[in-house]
Design a protein around this ligand. Structure first.
Ligand code: PLP
Length: 395
């Protein structure tokens, strides 16, 4: 057995066996490219599951983090810190005016947990508060967020600890939401582009109607932008496509350019309803990660990465749509927004993803039959052309 395989097998064993390991070892990355320990170069269209929007090892990112390492890594949330202040201010500036207060945490599932606790705290007078989520939704795997995640595969072993007070509506069907609303309903949680179950963008009219319905019934609209945020869909946040302002926005993944951070953003009005001690985090908002988030947002703005996401995404989408039309026996549909694209095949895609990997393109699945393409937003014309060529030759 080669040294590589030895290490991979041992890592698989020691690492709780909860992860399916690849059969190669990545040692470094630059921009949209990853390098393995044999010198092979891969185009990264997985980006750590939509994390590396600014690409790997951006020089400015490294420079800022090196400086922050010298200054201060960690100080708990109770200690005011200029780097954290800058981030909080920036987050309130890049989101609509009403979203001006933020709870910083360490992951997407934590951003969702905080949103749920906030919604519950706001409605503490309700005896049996209910929340509406959507079929096919993914909001995380901790026990609170898992309640909002639809897939039975993730829920089944834990059903006895999950609440019956979450109801699942059909994505895109406003009547199915209306049917579930009763006097106990307090909130609706949605991914505007569902990321884990096949890449499904919500229809424009549906989201507009959903927002109106939430206003009318006094429900909190929680927008989970963990995967869609920071330019992934060709807008800074997906809610911009729909011209709505959610009541709570959950962010994570790309926010800190590769370091763990979650953010739950809402209004002063809602945050006024939760008290000190009712939620907390040790690591959340530490200056090292805040410095990473500040420079990530700066890079996204200065290098016009949202615009590049829209431009390259459109190019990819149009090409893939034509490919689907010419291969309709193999490909059911192409869906997506910006650089969040799914190719829905009429077969399981595991083997296709392996074939792409053999051609030095890294892809992700989304459900069993959809290939998910999530390139860094720094991807250039030549790299897009190579990706499309490989995808064209996959089947
Ligand atoms: C929409 C959405 N919400 C929440 C999560 C959970 O994020 P994390 O894995 O950082 O806990 C994910 C992760 O894929 C996600 O896509």
């Amino acid at each position: 057995m080669s040294n590589n395989m030895n290490m991979i097998n041992f890592e698989q064993y020691y690492h709780s066996k909860l992860f399916q390991k690849k059969d190669f070892i990545i040692t470094r990355g630059k921009g949209a490219i990853l390098y393995d320990n044999k010198g092979n170069e891969y185009i990264d269209c997985e980006t750590g599951h939509a994390v590396l929007n600014i690409g790997h090892s951006h020089p400015k990112y490294i420079e800022i983090l090196k400086k922050q390492l010298d200054d201060l890594i960690m100080i708990p949330p109770g200690y005011p810190n200029e780097v954290r202040y800058n981030l909080l201010k920036k987050l309130s500036e890049i989101t609509p005016k009403s979203l001006n207060q933020t709870f910083l945490s360490n992951s997407g599932t934590e951003a969702v947990e905080a949103a749920l606790k906030l919604a519950l705290a706001v409605n503490r007078d309700k005896k049996k508060p209910e929340i509406i989520a959507f079929k096919r939704a993914f909001h995380g795997r901790t026990l609170g967020a898992l309640n909002m995640t639809f897939n039975l595969r993730y829920r089944k072993p834990f059903l006895s600890w999950l609440t019956p007070n979450v109801k699942f509506a059909s994505f895109g069907d406003i009547d199915s939401v209306k049917d579930l609303i009763n006097e106990n309903t307090i909130a609706v949680i949605i991914e505007l582009v569902q990321g884990e179950s096949g890449v499904y963008p919500a229809p424009y009219d549906f989201v507009r109607e959903l927002k109106e319905l939430c206003n009318e019934k006094n429900l909190i609209l929680i927008d989970d932008e963990v995967q869609t945020g920071f330019g992934r869909t060709g807008k800074l946040f997906a809610y911009e496509h729909y011209e709505i302002v959610p009541d709570i926005v959950c962010m994570a993944k790309a926010i800190a350019g590769g370091l763990p951070m979650g953010a739950t953003i809402s209004s002063e009005e809602l945050f006024n309803k939760i008290q000190i001690g009712e939620h907390f985090t040790t690591f959340g908002g530490n200056p090292f990660v805040c410095a990473a988030a500040n420079v990530t947002i700066e890079i996204i703005e200065q290098e016009k990465l949202v615009e590049n996401s829209a431009k390259q995404g459109k190019k990819m989408f149009n090409f893939l749509k034509e490919l689907a039309e010419n291969n309709n026996k193999l490909i059911r549909e192409v869906r997506g927004k910006g650089l969040m694209i799914g190719i829905d095949y009429r077969m399981k895609v595991r083997e296709l993803i392996k074939k792409a990997q053999d051609n030095f393109l890294l892809l992700l699945n989304s459900g069993l039959s959809t290939i998910r393409i999530l390139p860094p937003l720094v991807i250039n014309d030549d790299q897009v052309a190579t990706v499309l060529k490989i995808l064209e030759n996959l089947t």
